[in-house]
Design a protein around this ligand. Structure first.
Ligand SMILES: [Zn+2]
Length: 224
């Protein structure tokens, strides 16, 4: 019944593993399967080899509807995001660069590149709490206010989006932004984009339809 979304989750987990964002069973992905159902990766499974059959489907209280395995230990965090935010999919990783920065940044990853505006600009750091606890879920939910990404102190990263592919894309973008910030910080104090610069980027993106393909204007020039 939930075949398509279970395939989607398994593909997302394998893609995250290929990209080096998840190692072994560390990380989890979920997506809305229906108005009252969430598909989510299981606890303990090797994500690089995850199959659709291993993906769980739970109701909004977290009770298993479909699948044989126990859902991720961060199920409460995933369910909390769907309750509070207009999300279609959630990705949590212990990606190397994001996790490294989560161990040193106090409040946020500053907005050092305009590409980060997809994530809401600067990326907040949720305070440290033990994995799988309601305290961790509460800290991350608060950090995500107005953002689609957060770092989790001494733990990892989380992103959400309208669909699974976009949530994985944002996890990759966040890892890239963390890498840029780290490389810049090795050289000097990174410069950041201020509020006015960020607003100008959003205005320019709206005006130009940035990020989507479109036909070239006028006649195409033949080049030899
Ligand atoms: Zn984790």
């Amino acid at each position: 019944m939930f075949e398509r979304v279970r395939i989607e989750i398994a593909e997302a987990c394998r893609r995250l593993a290929r990209e080096g964002l998840v190692i072994g069973s560390a990380g989890n992905v979920s997506a809305t399967a229906a108005d009252d159902a969430i598909a989510v990766s299981p606890t303990g499974a090797v994500l690089a080899e995850l199959t659709a059959e291993q993906v769980c489907v739970v109701d909004l209280e977290g009770s298993l509807i479909e699948g044989d395995l126990e859902p991720t230990s961060e199920l409460g965090l995933h369910l909390g995001i769907y309750q509070r935010y207009d999300a279609g999919a959630v990705v949590h990783t212990h990606a190397p660069m994001a996790t490294a920065l989560s161990c040193v940044l106090d409040e946020e990853l500053p907005c050092v590149h305009y590409g980060m505006l997809v994530l809401g600009g600067s990326v907040p750091v949720a305070r440290y709490e033990t994995f799988g606890t309601p305290e961790l879920a509460a800290a991350v939910l608060d950090a995500l206010e107005g953002k689609s990404a957060a770092l989790m102190a001494n733990h990892g990263a989380i992103t959400h989006a309208a669909d699974t592919v976009s949530a994985v894309d944002r996890a990759l973008l966040l890892e890239w932004a963390c890498t840029v910030y780290w490389r810049a910080a090795v050289l000097a104090e990174p410069k950041t984009l201020d509020e006015a610069q960020q607003r100008a980027v959003l205005a320019a993106a709206l005006e130009r339809g940035y990020g989507s393909t479109r036909p070239a204007r006028g006649e195409r020039e033949e080049r030899g």
